[in-house]
Write a protein that binds this ligand. Structure first.
Ligand code: DGY
Length: 331
């Protein structure tokens, strides 16, 4: 029996690649850079399965170029790069990889929070440049994290994992979420509900953990930044467009807030003009889930979802289950 033809648009850990290649005929991107869109459209023509990355804009045009396409497995928890409506309209199941990158992303959010508060990248640059000439009580001062208030916007899996880590720093944790937790869960997690404006006014650190949707685009803009304390920090490991990056540059430049830690950008990989020149921002290249352990888990889960979809089964992390219902109903 011939193996299903699959297109894999990013290089994945060898052990998972070997497993995939054992059961599928794989056309794979072997470079650590996104596949060119035109090339992707060319290569997808005869493919039944697609394992896509967040850098691939998978839209109706791409789906129409692949008449045999039966399954799209996105190797990410976020899926704003996929036109889900277009896939559903074409009866193509789409999946993501939730759960397996929670700890890695929460760790990175905390690393950014500490790096921003204690000015770690800036101090590293200065120490290398020979600016550590002597110790003095008022030199190189950062801000304490312990005992401060953390405001978490979006209390899903990753937001909750950040809240658990905050306990180790004796932080008070406020959260804002479309659905409020029940009181027992709030007590267990030691979090307090706050509306967005109150959270922004009270928090010393604001950490973003929302998906990118129409409703969350520019959730943090000039108005929201103006509500934050001048001593506070903004941490973003979610999606860049959740923050109006131009407004953030203004706020950082004018010291309307103390600093920021960013892993994601509005127009990745480009940075908003002026951002890279600022000393009070820590910048990372979208590596929230970037640990070897997590990338193995993400790739494995994407493969599991892909194979289920290709076999006509329900992928464990399907995002548009109505597609399957339609198949069952229509026989
Ligand atoms: C995700 O999974 O959505 C991350 O942003 C990429 O790992």
């Amino acid at each position: 029996m011939s193996k299903p033809k699959v297109l894999l648009t990013g290089r994945i850990p060898g052990e998972v690649m070997a497993r995939l290649a054992g059961v599928c005929d794989v056309e794979a991107n072997t470079e650590d850079r996104p596949m060119d869109r035109e090339k992707l459209i060319e290569l997808i023509r005869d493919r039944e399965g697609l394992i896509s990355m967040i850098t691939d804009g998978v839209d109706g045009k791409m789906m129409d170029a692949a008449p045999r396409l039966k399954m799209i497995a996105n190797m990410a928890v976020g899926f704003n790069n996929i036109d889900l409506k277009a896939a559903t309209a074409r009866g193509i199941p789409v999946s993501n990889t939730p759960g397996v990158l929670t700890d890695a992303t929460a760790e990175l959010a905390f690393a950014l929070l500490l790096a921003a508060a204690r000015r770690i990248p800036e101090m590293d640059r200065k120490t290398r440049a020979g600016e550590f000439r002597w110790w003095a009580p008022m030199l190189f001062l950062g801000r304490e994290v312990s005992g401060k208030t953390l405001g978490i916007i979006g209390l899903g899996r990753i937001g909750k994992a950040v809240a658990r880590r905050a306990r180790g720093f004796d932080m008070r944790v406020l959260y804002c979420n479309p659905a409020r937790l029940d009181p027992a869960e709030e007590r267990a997690l030691r979090v307090e509900y706050a509306d967005l404006r109150s959270l922004l006014r009270e928090a010393d650190f604001v950490s973003l953990h929302v998906p990118l949707t129409e409703a969350t685009k520019h959730l943090i803009g000039a108005e929201e930044l103006a509500l934050m304390k001048p001593t506070s920090y903004l941490i973003n490991t979610s999606r860049g467009p959740v923050v109006d990056e131009k407004a953030l540059v203004q706020a950082l430049r004018g010291r309307k807030i103390e600093g920021a830690g960013l892993d994601v950008y509005e127009n990745e990989p480009a940075l908003a003009p002026g951002l890279a020149e600022l000393e009070n921002v820590t910048l990372l290249p979208h590596v929230g889930s970037g640990t070897l352990e997590t990338r193995v888990r993400m790739a494995s889960l994407a493969v599991e979802n892909l194979l289920a979809g290709l076999n006509g089964e329900s992928p464990p992390n399907i995002l548009n289950p109505e597609v399957l219902q339609a198949v069952y109903k229509n026989g």
